[in-house]
Design a protein. Structure first.
Length: 135
């Protein structure tokens, strides 16, 4: 079943946050998760839930769009790593869209740029996850 509408979720927690998670299924397997704002200790659980639901629904090729993300902390990176591990166990893939120079520094400092497929555009990431050898 294809949904053409964006689903928006606001993270629910006690600390104020500007995180908005938007989801857009591309097809039966490919799924875009776009993040706007900060992903931190207080909001990472919401992202983890979004990934779990998408994977349960058979979306095993996930694109995480960080174009409007202003901050990631270690809990956010952990959620991304857990999602990648789950997807790989299902022969899936995860690609990250990141045109943000500050976030690029975080991925490089943690050496996660060697683990994740990081691409500059959503279109490139959607194409990349279509092939089985990208994870």
């Amino acid at each position: 079943m294809r949904r053409d509408r964006w689903t928006k979720r606001r993270a629910q927690h006690t600390m104020p946050s500007d995180l908005v998670i938007s989801e857009h299924p591309v097809d039966d397997e490919r799924h875009v998760v776009a993040l706007r704002g900060e992903v931190d200790l207080f909001t990472a659980h919401e992202l983890k839930q979004v990934f779990a639901e998408a994977i349960r629904a058979g979306r095993i090729r996930i694109i995480v769009d960080l174009a409007e993300t202003t901050f990631l902390d270690s809990s956010a990176l952990s959620v991304l790593m857990i999602a990648l591990k789950r997807l790989r166990s299902r022969h899936g893939a995860l690609a990250i869209v990141n045109p943000n120079e500050n976030l690029t520094k975080i991925f490089k400092m943690t050496a996660l740029d060697q683990t994740f497929t990081i691409l500059p555009t959503r279109e490139a990431a959607i194409e990349a996850v279509a092939s089985a050898d990208v994870a």
